[in-house]
Design a binder for this molecule. Structure first.
Ligand code: SF4
Length: 372
C-alpha cells in the first residue's frame, strides 16, 4: 500500500501476509416497478479501488463511518463476497476461492472475527462444541481425546478464559459479552491463522470491557505474530491499538499512514472531521478545527456518488477541480508512509502543519485560492 515515491516505513520491512490491490465491489440494485423494463442496471458502489497491505505482527486499522465500505473490505478479504474487480494476494499469490477445500485452506490462514459475538456463536451449543468443531475442520484436534482436551485448554488459556474448565461447558448465554467475544477469538485461533480480520470486534461490548479485548488482540499479535485488520468507526481506538491507520470514505481510501501521524496530524479534511467528532478529541489530536472548517452533511449515496472527490459536498476546502477530478494519493511527508487522496496536497510539498494553511492548520483554510 505504498504510493509511488513514498518513504518506506518501518513496517514495510516486515513480511507481507495479505494484500488487496484495486479491490472493488459493486452490489447490483434490485429493479422495482417500471425499472424492471429498463435496460439500465444500477449498482451500489460499496468499495472502489481499495489497496492495502497486512503485515506479520502488525495491526492495520480501517476507519470510517457506517456505510463507508470497511466491513465489505473485510468480507472481500475473507473471500465471503465475490469481488467486482481487483486482486487479493496471500504471500504474493493471487487467490480467488468460493467454497470447498480451497476455501477451507484459505480460511485456515485468514480468519474473521465478527462484530456480534452472540450472533456468531450458536446458542444451542457449548463452548466445547464451537472450539472442537473449529479444531476438527482445520485438522488441529489431534488423534486422541487427550490431544483434543489439551488443544481446547490451550485455546481458552490463550484468550485468557482461565481456568478453562470453568468455561468449556458453558453455553453462550451463560457468558458475558466480553467472554463470548473471547470464545469467538479462540474459535478463530483454532485454525492457527496468519491473518485476523476483526470487524468492529469491540463495538457491541460494554465500554468497561473493550480495552480488555483490545489488549488481548494486541497480545495475540505479539505472541503469535499475527497480521490483524482492525475495522472500527472509532479513530481514537485506532491510535491506541493499531500500528497503521487507513481511513475510508464512501467506498474509497482517503488517507493512510502510521497511526500516530494520521491521528495527530490528519491531512485529509474527512479524517479531520472524524477526529473532531470523536468523543474526546483532545486525547488524539492537538489540533481541533473550528466549526466552519470541520465539514458538515451526510455521507453520499453510493448508487450515484459525487463526481471527483466523493467528500466534496461536505468539504470546507472544496475547489473547482474537486468536483470533477478524482484525487490520487499524495505523499504528505511528515510521517512514515503518510498519504492523503486530496487535491490540497497536489504540489507534493504541503503538509497539514508545515504549510500552516492545510486542513490541520490553525486557521483551517485550504492552501489553494479556489475555495467555494
Ligand atoms: Fe476532496 Fe477537495 Fe476537500 Fe480535498 S479539498 S477533501 S480533494 S473536496
Amino acid at each position: 500500500m505504498t504510493a509511488s515515491g513514498m518513504k518506506a516505513s518501518a513496517s514495510e520491512t516486515t513480511e507481507v501476509v495479505l494484500e488487496a490491490d484495486g479491490l472493488t465491489k459493486h452490489f447490483p440494485v434490485r429493479k422495482r416497478g417500471r425499472e424492471v423494463f429498463s435496460k439500465v442496471s444500477r449498482v451500489v458502489r460499496a468499495v472502489d479501488d481499495v489497496s492495502l497491505t497486512l503485515r506479520r505482527g502488525r495491526v492495520t486499522a480501517l476507519v470510517g463511518e457506517s456505510g463507508s465500505g470497511k466491513s465489505t473490505v473485510a468480507r472481500l478479504l475473507a473471500q465471503l463476497y465475490d469481488r467486482t474487480a481487483g486482486d487479493i494476494k496471500l504471500h504474493g499469490e493471487s487467490v480467488s476461492v468460493k467454497s470447498g477445500k480451497r476455501f477451507r485452506a484459505y480460511s485456515r490462514r485468514v480468519q474473521m472475527i465478527f462484530q456480534d459475538p452472540f450472533a456468531s456463536l450458536n446458542p444451542v451449543h457449548t463452548v466445547r462444541y464451537h472450539l472442537t468443531r473449529a479444531l476438527k475442520i482445520h485438522d488441529r484436534a489431534g488423534k486422541t481425546k487427550e490431544d483434543l482436551e489439551k488443544a481446547l485448554e490451550a485455546l481458552l488459556t490463550r484468550v485468557q478464559l482461565t481456568p478453562p474448565e470453568r468455561y468449556i461447558d458453558k453455553f453462550p448465554h451463560e457468558l458475558s459479552g466480553g467472554q463470548r467475544q473471547r470464545v469467538a477469538i479462540a474459535r478463530a485461533l483454532g485454525a492457527d491463522p496468519e491473518a485476523l480480520l476483526a470487524d468492529e470486534p469491540v463495538s457491541m461490548l460494554d465500554v468497561s470491557i473493550r480495552l480488555g479485548v483490545l489488549n488481548l488482540l494486541r497480545d495475540l499479535k505479539e505472541r503469535l505474530n499475527l497480521a490483524i485488520l482492525y475495522i472500527t468507526h472509532d479513530i481514537a481506538s485506532a491510535r491506541y491499538f493499531a500500528d497503521e491507520t487507513i481511513v475510508m470514505y464512501a467506498g474509497r481510501i482517503v488517507e493512510g499512514g502510521d497511526s500516530e501521524t494520521v491521528t495527530q496530524r490528519p491531512a485529509h479534511p474527512y479524517t479531520q472531521l472524524l477526529i473532531d467528532s470523536a468523543p474526546d478529541p483532545d486525547q488524539i489530536a492537538a489540533h481541533s478545527a473550528s466549526e466552519k472548517d470541520r465539514g458538515t452533511g451526510e455521507p453520499p449515496s453510493l448508487i450515484n456518488p459525487p463526481a471527483g472527490c466523493r467528500f466534496h459536498p461536505r468539504c470546507p476546502h472544496v475547489m473547482d477541480r474537486c468536483r470533477t477530478e478524482l484525487p490520487p494519493r499524495f505523499e504528505i511527508g511528515d510521517g512514515p508512509g503518510h498519504f492523503a487522496a486530496c487535491w490540497l496536497y497536489a504540489d507534493g510539498q504541503a503538509t497539514s502543519e508545515s504549510s500552516g494553511t492545510g486542513p490541520g492548520s490553525s486557521d483551517g483554510r485550504a492552501r489553494s485560492g479556489e475555495h467555494a
